[in-house]
Ligand binder design. Structure first.
Ligand code: MN
Length: 452
C-alpha cells in the first residue's frame, strides 16, 4: 500500500503516544464507519492490555465535551469524528488527544495528534474513518492487520466505493483484509442481500443500479424472474437467494438486467456489476460485509451503537442482540415510510424541491434514510428535502436528489454555509446537517434559490 510519507509520520506519532497510555477513552461517530472505527480502536487497545471505555456519539457537541470533562480522562481517542469540530475538541481537557478522522478539517488541534488524510493531501473519499483507525492500529501492532475487514465495512458504510469498487487507500486496505484471510472478494451482480434475501426481494430493493419496472416493485420483480424461467424457490421450498442461483441463471439474470436498462435508455452495463465481500469471521454470522455495514448503521440509528461495536469485535451475544436491533430498525423505518405514503406526514411542493417536514413526526436519526427511500418513488425528478427536530436548538436537514441531477448537493450546502451557519456537508446527490431552529426558513429560502 502506498501511504504518503506525511500521513505515515502522523500515524507513527499517534501510535507512539498511544503506547504510553494506560487508560484509553474512545469516542466515535454513530454511523457504520464510526462504529467500525470504534471496534478497531477498542480491539487494538484491549490487545495492548489497556483499560478502555468507549462511547458512540452523534457529534462533538457541548454536552459531549462536558461529559468528557466530568470524567477527567487523561487520554482520549476520537475516531471518525473530531476533524470538523477541532475548536470543540480543544475544549476537552485531557492530557493526550488523538483524532483519527477523514472528514473535512475545520480549525487546528491545539494539543495532541490529528491524523487525517487531508493533512497529507489525500481526499476524504479514498479512506474511511475506520480505514484511518485501522492504519493507526497496524502501526501500533502488526497483529492488528486482522482488523482490516472492519475498515472495509466502514468504507462501505460511508459509500466510498465508486460503482461498488474500492479506490485509493481503501483498495490497499481491502487487499490486506483478503491477505489476512478474513475477507473474500468476488465480483457479481450489484444486488443487495445476495446471501440473505430472496432474489425477487433483492431485485425489488435495489435502486442503484435502477432496473425500470423491477426496482421498487415486488410484482415487477417476480414477473421479471418468471420471464427468465428462474424459479423463485429452491427444491426444498425455501426462497432462492442470489447465491442459490446456478452460474447459467446468474448470467441470464445479468444480461436481462442490462437489456432491460438499455431498452429504457440506460447504457451503462458496468454499473450492474461490482465487488462482493464475504466475511470469514464472526462465527458465520454477518457473512456479507455490505450487510454488516447496514446492521451497524441500524445500531447507530437505534442509539445502540455500543452494541454494534461489541458485535464487531466478535462478541457472540452482542451479535445476537444486533440481529434484533436490525429488525426493530426495519420496523421503525417501515412505519415512517408508510406514514408519508398514506399522507399522515405531508409532502409539500416548494419552489425547487419537495419538502418533508418531519418535525414532531420523524426522528432525526431516520429523516435522511426516509428521504433516500422516498426520493426515487415520490419525488419525480425533483430534489427532496427533509427536516427533523434535533437537540441543542438545532434542526436536522437532509437533501436527496435524483440520478443525473445537475446540481451537486455538497457544493450547494457549502455555498449556503457562507450565508448561514450550517454544520454538515454532503456529496453529489446526498447531504445534510444541522441548522439553528430559527434559521430553518432562511435555509429553505437559500435552497429554493439554488434548486429552482
Ligand atoms: Mn466516516
Amino acid at each position: 500500500m502506498n501511504i504518503p510519507e506525511k500521513f505515515e509520520e502522523l500515524l507513527k506519532e499517534a501510535s507512539d503516544r498511544f503506547r504510553q497510555m494506560e487508560r484509553v477513552r474512545i469516542v466515535s461517530h454513530y454511523d457504520a464507519d464510526g462504529i467500525s472505527s470504534a471496534a478497531i480502536a477498542l480491539a487494538a487497545s484491549l490487545r495492548e492490555g489497556k483499560k478502555v471505555h468507549h462511547t458512540i456519539v452523534k457529534q462533538i457537541r457541548p454536552d459531549v465535551v462536558e461529559m468528557l470533562n466530568q470524567g477527567s480522562y487523561e487520554n482520549i481517542i476520537f475516531t471518525d469524528l473530531g476533524s470538523g469540530h477541532l475548536s470543540s475538541v480543544n475544549k476537552v481537557d485531557a492530557e493526550n488527544i488523538i483524532v483519527l478522522d477523514h472528514h473535512n478539517i475545520s480549525g487546528d488541534l491545539e494539543r495532541g495528534v490529528h491524523v487525517n488524510p487531508h493533512v497529507a493531501g489525500l481526499e476524504e473519499d479514498t479512506i474511511s474513518g475506520a480505514g484511518v483507525t485501522y492504519l493507526f492500529s497496524r502501526e501500533v501492532n502488526d497483529k492488528n492487520k486482522d482488523l482490516s475487514a472492519l475498515a472495509v465495512v466502514g468504507a462501505i458504510g460511508d459509500i466510498q466505493e465508486e460503482n461498488w469498487k474500492m479506490n485509493g487507500l481503501n483498495k490497499g486496505i481491502m487487499k490486506e483484509a483478503v491477505e489476512a484471510g478474513h475477507l473474500e472478494k468476488g465480483e457479481g451482480l450489484r444486488l443487495f442481500g445476495r446471501l440473505s434475501r430472496p432474489v425477487h426481494k433483492a431485485l425489488q430493493y435495489t435502486s442503484r443500479p435502477h432496473i425500470p419496472g423491477v426496482s421498487e416493485s415486488e410484482s415487477g420483480a417476480v414477473q421479471f424472474l418468471s420471464g427468465l424461467d428462474i424459479d423463485l424457490k429452491n427444491g426444498d421450498g425455501s426462497w432462492k437467494k442470489l447465491v442459490d442461483l446456478g452460474e447459467e441463471e446468474k448470467k441470464r439474470l445479468a444480461s436481462a438486467i442490462i437489456k432491460k436498462r438499455a431498452r429504457n435508455g440506460v447504457e451503462e452495463p458496468g454499473e450492474v456489476f461490482g465487488n462482493t465481500y464475504t466475511l470469514h469471521c464472526f462465527n458465520g454470522r454477518f457473512k456479507d460485509a455490505r450487510e454488516l455495514s447496514t446492521a451497524m448503521n441500524a445500531c447507530g440509528r437505534m442509539e445502540k451503537g455500543e452494541m454494534g461495536v461489541l458485535a464487531c469485535i466478535g462478541d457472540d451475544e452482542a451479535m445476537e442482540r444486533v440481529e434484533s436491533i436490525v429488525k426493530g430498525y426495519k420496523r421503525t423505518l417501515g412505519k415512517l415510510i408508510r406514514s408519508v405514503r398514506n399522507g399522515d406526514v405531508e409532502l409539500e411542493n416548494k419552489d425547487g424541491f419537495n419538502l418533508l417536514d418531519g418535525r414532531g413526526s420523524i426522528p432525526e436519526n431516520f429523516i435522511g434514510t426516509v428521504c433516500s427511500i422516498l426520493q426515487s418513488d415520490i419525488s419525480e425528478g425533483v430534489a427532496l428535502v427533509g427536516i427533523s427536530e434535533s437537540e441543542n436548538s438545532k434542526a436536522k436537514v437532509s437533501i436527496r436528489t435524483p440520478d443525473d441531477f445537475d446540481i451537486n448537493v455538497g457544493e450547494t450546502l457549502e455555498e449556503i454555509s457562507n450565508e448561514i451557519d450550517i454544520d454538515g456537508g454532503g456529496h453529489e446527490s446526498a447531504g445534510g446537517g444541522y441548522v439553528g431552529v430559527e434559521e430553518v426558513e432562511d435555509f429553505l429560502n437559500l435552497l429554493s434559490k439554488r434548486l429552482s
